[in-house]
Structure formats: structure tokens, C-alpha cells
Design a protein. Structure first.
Length: 99
């Protein structure tokens, strides 16, 4: 899994699972100076509960910095996991995003 950062745009590329989320630097998120952060998951694959936990940590990190975050192109697999885990309301999903 790779987190691509360009200004206030973040994009997840690759698998968001326990096999890919193993390096400490994956939990150090880029500094963003703008008030809004946009996270695109169009290239995210194989989301499991570790990926959901990583995503919640990312959202929490930027919210603690008083940033508004919006997630787009959320995979159906992630929506299902978030519903099962009763954390869907914690994810700031952009409602115009395709699911």
C-alpha cells in the first residue's frame, strides 16, 4: 500500500490489508497546510479490518488537526466492513462519491 500525497489530495494505491500495513511509516501521515483534506480510494484494493482501522486512524489524525476530511470512491468492501463494525458514521464519506 502506498499513500500518494499532492497538496491537500491523498490517494491510496494498493491493498489496505494486514499484509500491506506492516511498516511504521505507513502510520505517519503527511502534513497538509490547507483546511481540507481529500482522500481518494479509487485505487484501493483488498480492504480488511486492518485497512479500516488504518483509515479511521488517518481520519482521526486530520480531524485532530482541525482539518475537514472527505473520502471519495469508497470500495463496497470497505462500506460493508464499516457497517459490520458499526463505524460507518465515523467515516466522512463524500456523498457524491461513487460506491
Amino acid at each position: 500500500m502506498k499513500l500518494v500525497h499532492k497538496k491537500n489530495q491523498l490517494s491510496v494505491v494498493g491493498a489496505l490489508d494486514r499484509f500491506q500495513l506492516v511498516r511504521k511509516e505507513q502510520f505517519v501521515f503527511p502534513n497538509i497546510n490547507e483546511d481540507e483534506v481529500f482522500l481518494d480510494l479509487v485505487k484501493a484494493k483488498n480492504v480488511d479490518t486492518a485497512g479500516l482501522a488504518w483509515l479511521l486512524k488517518l481520519v482521526s489524525y486530520y480531524q485532530s488537526q482541525k482539518k475537514v476530511i472527505a473520502i471519495s470512491n469508497v470500495p463496497e468492501q470497505l462500506i460493508a466492513l464499516a457497517q459490520l463494525s458499526n463505524v460507518l458514521a465515523l467515516l466522512p464519506i463524500n456523498e457524491s462519491a461513487e460506491v
